[in-house]
Design a protein around this ligand. Structure first.
Ligand code: S6P
Length: 582
């Protein structure tokens, strides 16, 4: 059986031939499965007793570590690869800011280091030794650690190395595995230079979890809208689960399963309300962005705080998923690196794609209206005091550069607009007329679902934090919907499979073989592998030397190349390019 995280979701089987409104509808149905998946009686899902219990237990451990008297010695560390590592970073940032302690209580590690926060670094995912070393370094000087290893597929060797290290040092670590497959479907493939597989590590952890010496939080959320794209539901569910755990541990005096459930129900309600009020915005921006992509234009996001971070995260994921260039989708944040608060600080010297300040966007727009006329710019603002709104209202650096490119009275110009996430009763702010579109998404729609009423067990600052987190989820669904839909419209998805993926790590190597097999009925695993190797090495015959080389060698050869997965060669009568015109 395929792991749930790699399975094709029947809801989106024809997403590639759907119009924007239909695409949003399918994304909505997929997202709702996070909370109530159908036909999964035998699997653990979000509201299963076991999952809620594990979340509460982890929240108790976290609370103890945060507020105990010798707290200088304790640390909560989250870690993962790709999206999972980026959400780990975001959660550490969020809760350090929320607690405002002089000594940070939350930390993160991500495979590939901080570069992976801005550009995709898929290869380090396979390196369990570096995982272990990164963890040891991050924990220097701390003696009591809650470690949360995030891997949606229960597959990343980087995380396996860290979990294993935690289990070897039980006096120091309480390990938690967070992902979205049952343990029996964890990856059982060899990890370079190691006798264990991820499955073996997960089974050991499961055993320890029977005595609460480790914890397993692995609800099934069903297949992703684009098969294997765990940046979507996987990333959202990771954020929701971690926020719920840390809100309980930092902002609730007393809590049990019932309080945990109440917070989760609020996220579920928000998801419903988001799609009720934002579907038009998502489908419109998706269409405009697809139009930009098809004219070789770009998509830019800018926002502040969490919404700014999530825009950058969304942009980072497009190259490995859709074979996009680093420039196709870019995100910017008001305040730049000092606001981002990543471990390694300002990485702007590494190149253009590491420049994330909204002022950098202003400079980019400074190339003039003609240079950006095919581009789309989406400004995402949360609440009336969002700094990105001030940029526009006070005609600051970004505001005036946008005015310069979008305020001209010409037929072709950059599409620029605002998505405003506002509270139900908030007044509409004054906004400059050069913005082509303004979408307002209002939450909550009814009074029963405010954090203050539904979660009165939270402190008032906790309820405020929860509100921000709910808005951030909306921003994430908005970004994911827009960039996913635009790539679908560009023809980067066949049925619901990403067919222009980068073959840059073990998972993606095996996923590519699966895609070839799927679209070439009747061929065996070995034949599919052979086709992939022919494409990677650009040869007609795969000789013994090639076929017996390690997967690592193949990945190193494939990673720098574009359009490696030869899915369309064998049975489908059209190519990625011709799909683009549908
Ligand atoms: C997925 C994204 C990838 C994954 C990464 C980690 O959409 O492009 O970067 O996040 O491969 O996956 P996992 O299963 O360990 O969380």
């Amino acid at each position: 059986m395929l792991p749930y995280t790699e399975a094709a979701n029947p809801i989106t089987a024809d997403i590639d031939i759907s119009n924007p409104k239909e695409i949003v509808k399918k994304l909505e149905e997929c997202d709702k499965e996070m909370f109530s998946p159908k036909g999964l009686d035998k699997e653990k899902t979000l509201f299963s007793e076991d999952i809620l219990r594990a979340m509460v237990k982890v929240a108790e451990v976290a609370k103890k570590l945060i507020f105990q008297s010798d707290s200088g010695k304790s640390l909560i560390i989250m870690s993962g690869c790709g999206t999972s590592g980026r959400i780990a970073f975001m959660m550490a940032r969020t809760f350090n800011r929320f607690l405002k302690l002089t000594e940070k209580k939350f930390a993160y590690t991500i495979a590939g280091g901080d570069q992976a926060l801005f550009t995709s670094q898929e290869a380090p995912e396979d390196d369990r030794e570096t995982g272990k070393n990164d963890l040891i370094k991050a924990c220097e000087g701390r003696s009591q650690i809650l470690y949360i290893g995030i891997t949606c597929g229960l597959s990343a060797p980087y995380v396996a190395g860290q979990l294993n290290h935690c289990m070897e040092n039980p006096e120091k670590f309480t390990p938690v595995l967070l992902g979205f497959n049952p343990v029996r479907l964890a990856r059982d493939l060899p990890i370079y230079g190691w006798q264990k597989t991820f499955l073996k590590v997960a089974q050991e952890l499961e055993l320890l979890s029977e005595d609460d010496k480790a914890f397993l939080i692995n609800p099934v959320v069903m297949g992703e809208a684009v098969t294997g794209s765990s940046r979507m539901k996987g990333g959202s569910m990771t954020k929701i689960i971690l926020e719920t755990i840390f809100l309980l541990s930092t902002a609730a005096s007393d809590f049990s399963i019932s309080e945990c459930k109440k917070i989760l129900k609020l996220y579920e309600e928000t998801c419903k309300l988001f799609y009720e009020s934002a579907s038009n915005a998502v489908s419109s921006w998706m269409s405009w962005t697809a139009h930009s992509f098809n004219a070789d234009g770009h998509l830019y996001y800018v926002g502040s705080n969490g919404a700014g971070v999530l825009g950058i995260i969304d942009a980072t994921e497009c190259p490995p998923t859709y074979g996009a260039t680093l420039d196709d989708v870019r995100g910017f944040i008001c305040g730049g690196y000092p606001e981002y608060e990543n471990n390694e600080g300002d990485l702007g010297q590494l190149g253009e794609n590491y420049r994330i300040n909204s002022d950098d966007l202003a400079e980019l727009l400074g190339r003039g209206p003609d240079a950006v006329k095919h581009d789309t710019l989406i400004i995402v603002a949360v609440g009336l005091t969002d700094p990105v709104l001030k940029e526009l209202q006070e005609n600051k650096k970004l505001g005036s550069s946008i005015k310069n490119v979008a305020g001209k009275d010409v037929a072709e110009k950059m599409k620029v607009g605002v998505v405003l996430l506002l509270e139900k009763d908030a007044q509409l702010p004054e906004l400059p007329s050069f913005l082509s579109e303004i979408f307002v998404i209002r939450l909550p729609i009814s009074d029963e679902v405010t954090p203050n009423t539904a979660c009165s067990f939270l402190t008032s600052t906790g309820a405020e934090r929860l509100k921000k987190s709910l808005f951030e989820c909306c921003a994430k669904w908005f970004y994911n919907g827009t960039s996913t839909g635009a790539h679908v419209r560009k023809g980067k998805v066949y049925k619901n499979f990403m067919v222009d993926l980068k073959v840059s790590n073990q998972k993606l190597f095996h996923r590519s073989i699966g895609i070839i097999k799927r679209f070439s009925p009747g061929i065996s695993e070995d034949e599919a592998r052979n086709f992939l190797l022919r494409s990677i090495y650009e040869v007609d015959d795969v000789d013994m030397t090639l076929s017996s080389s390690s997967i690592l060698t193949h990945i190193m050869a494939a990673a720098p190349k574009d359009k490696v997965c030869p899915w369309e060669t064998f049975s489908v009568p059209f190519s990625i390019t011709s799909l683009g015109s549908l």
